[in-house]
Write a protein that binds this ligand. Structure first.
Ligand code: HEC
Ligand code: HEC
Ligand code: HEC
Ligand code: HEC
Ligand code: HEC
Length: 428
């Protein structure tokens, strides 16, 4: 039942929509810019723009024009343009989820089930990227009838038939360029508007020699990230879409109530430490394991006490994609495949009288006063046990999509162990 409900989110008639109006967005962004903590840097040399940088997937990004004199070796908006002079940022970004936001298998599987413009406007947000793939999307008005059959047979990133049927006509010497949409959230998405570089500090004379730069204080604020990491459910995809007031990804709002915000830490403090472009998150097993703790004890032969904690996180866990969840499974012994009890840490949306609402939120809550987020629960076992084996895992994808993914793409085991009753050295 639940997975069917979840599927509705991605169904054309019930897809999410964004409510944040442009005006509101601009005002909020300006407010953030003015309330930014004082720095010792000089005042900005140029006026900052009021145009929102991101619009939560409502349309392709606006105002992105290439820098003057792009190199002919790659697309003018490609990350390769920056590589010769910014190798560190490039190499880090290349390993990030932003660089694979369109090509990663989780997204590809998901996009095949719901091939809509909306998804692409966040995962591959430049108009030039959109134009490369729009004919594969189900709701694109410009889509040709011939693309219809092609799409049902092939995922958008691998238009195999198209590739073999229409070989690119290029002069032999010219190397074919990597299609731009495969770069996902690339440098231009975050750093280029109106033909200039947006930078988080006023430009140096050295920087201005190589490209025009505009100082953009919004780059430093958590709201910058929220342009894609905070958005609401939509109920329709075609314009005009019916907005809901239910956040689907609520990371900014969660962060606002966190200990981290209270201590002046932004998304950047944790995810872009010292300007890093790795953007590590849930696909970083080491970091995820470090951030999560679990204690499982048999209180009596039929009662299990569980404490799950997050450490030094600035929001709930999982925070982003609603299909993500943590599952604790309890087995009578190692090697069993049938769990005798389990608990899923997740947020579930439901619809009642055609209105979406959060039915339950069992995630590890946002840590508000200390650096530790905590969830405690008690599970009853169907029959008495003197010992149990448990496994605690992070799941990345919707159940429906599991058949299309490999076991390691579906699940990461965070911890496992054995608990006995009575505990070692104790009498019942
Ligand atoms: C021909 C070399 C060159 C190219 C190509 C280039 N940059 Fe730069 N960029 C520089 C130099 C040099 C600086 C100044 C670095 C410094 O001050 O230490 C700079 C500074 C910056 C800054 C500001 C950093 C700061 O310290 O203030 C950003 C942001 C930036 N570049 C982004 C980009 C992006 C994105 C691209 C690709 C679209 C790009 N650059 C292409 C040479 C280049
Ligand atoms: C998801 C958005 C995003 C993407 C993608 C991105 N950057 Fe950045 N970049 C930022 C932000 C935000 C800052 C400012 C960090 C700060 O001030 O803490 C920044 C800072 C920089 C700086 C200044 C270095 C510093 O430490 O302040 C350079 C140079 C830069 N980026 C280049 C690039 C290049 C080149 C690419 C592509 C290979 C790229 N960025 C991709 C968001 C992004
Ligand atoms: C243009 C939209 C956009 C902007 C702006 C953006 N992101 Fe992202 N971000 C994404 C998308 C889309 C993904 C998911 C990529 C994927 O499919 O795995 C993502 C993934 C991530 C992840 C990896 C999550 C994981 O579970 O592995 C982190 C961390 C992250 N972003 C942090 C940031 C931070 C910090 C900022 C602001 C400096 C930012 N993002 C700005 C679109 C954006
Ligand atoms: C105090 C540090 C901190 C702050 C502030 C913070 N994060 Fe995180 N975030 C983490 C940690 C730790 C993880 C767990 C994964 C890891 O360790 O790499 C995480 C995970 C994530 C994930 C993937 C996890 C999931 O389960 O969906 C996303 C997406 C993300 N953060 C985005 C953001 C955004 C956007 C902001 C700002 C609104 C932000 N984070 C602020 C520490 C932080
Ligand atoms: C408003 C921006 C936005 C829109 C619109 C959007 N996404 Fe995302 N998506 C994100 C961000 C940000 C993340 C990263 C959060 C996280 O890591 O949990 C993400 C993560 C994902 C992931 C997890 C990827 C991974 O690496 O594990 C999938 C799958 C996904 N999105 C599919 C879709 C589909 C399908 C649609 C359209 C129905 C869509 N998204 C629409 C911003 C968006």
């Amino acid at each position: 039942m639940r997975s069917r409900l979840m599927f509705w989110f991605y169904h054309p008639k019930t897809l999410y929509h964004v409510v944040l109006g442009l005006g509101v967005c601009a005002i909020l962004l300006m407010a953030q810019a003015f309330s930014a903590p004082p720095t010792s840097r000089p005042a900005p040399p140029t006026k900052t723009s009021r145009t929102p940088l991101f619009e939560q997937g409502q349309r392709p990004l606006r105002g992105v024009r290439p820098l003057p004199r792009p190199s002919p070796s790659s697309h003018p908006l490609s990350a390769s343009q920056c590589l010769p002079c910014h190798r560190t940022a490039f190499d880090q970004w290349k390993t990030s989820r932003h660089a694979v936001a369109f090509t990663n298998r989780h997204f590809q599987v998901s996009l095949q089930h719901s091939p809509y413009r909306w998804c692409v406007h966040c995962h591959s947000p430049l108009p030039e990227q959109f134009n490369e793939i729009r004919s594969w999307l189900r709701d694109d008005p410009a889509r040709s009838p011939s693309a219809k059959s092609a799409q049902s047979a092939h995922p958008p990133v691998l238009p195999k038939s198209a590739r073999t049927a229409h070989p690119p006509v290029l002069p032999k010497s010219e190397k074919p360029q990597q299609p731009l949409h495969k770069e996902g959230v690339n440098c231009a998405v975050c750093h280029i508007r109106d033909g200039v570089i947006l930078a988080s500090k006023p430009p140096t004379a050295k920087a201005l020699k190589d490209h025009p730069i505009r100082y953009e204080p919004r780059l430093q604020s958590s709201r910058f990230c929220a342009g894609c990491h905070q958005f609401n459910l939509v109920t329709a995809l075609t314009k005009p879409a019916s907005p809901t007031d239910i956040p689907l990804q609520d990371t900014l709002a969660e962060w606002k109530t966190s200990w981290a915000k209270a201590q002046g830490k932004t998304c950047h403090s944790c995810h872009m430490n010292k300007g890093s472009h790795f953007f590590l998150g849930a696909h970083n097993p080491k970091g995820l394991k470090r951030s999560l703790r679990i204690h499982v004890t048999l209180r009596d032969p039929q009662t299990v006490d569980v404490i799950v904690q997050s450490r030094r996180v600035g929001h709930a866990i999982p925070t982003g994609d609603p299909f993500r969840r943590l599952i604790l499974s309890i087995f009578a012994k190692v090697g069993d495949t049938q769990a005798i009890a389990s608990f899923t840490f997740e947020k579930i949306f439901r619809v009642k009288n055609q209105r979406w609402y959060v039915w339950k939120d069992d995630r590890i809550p946002t840590p508000t006063t200390s650096k530790i987020g905590e969830k405690r629960l008690t599970l009853k076992l169907p029959a008495p046990q003197t010992s149990i084996h448990w496994e605690f895992s992070y799941y990345y994808a919707e159940f429906q999509h599991h058949t299309f993914l490999t076991p390691s793409e579906i699940r990461l085991r965070i911890a496992s162990g054995r608990s006995a009753y009575p505990p070692k050295g104790q009498k019942p």
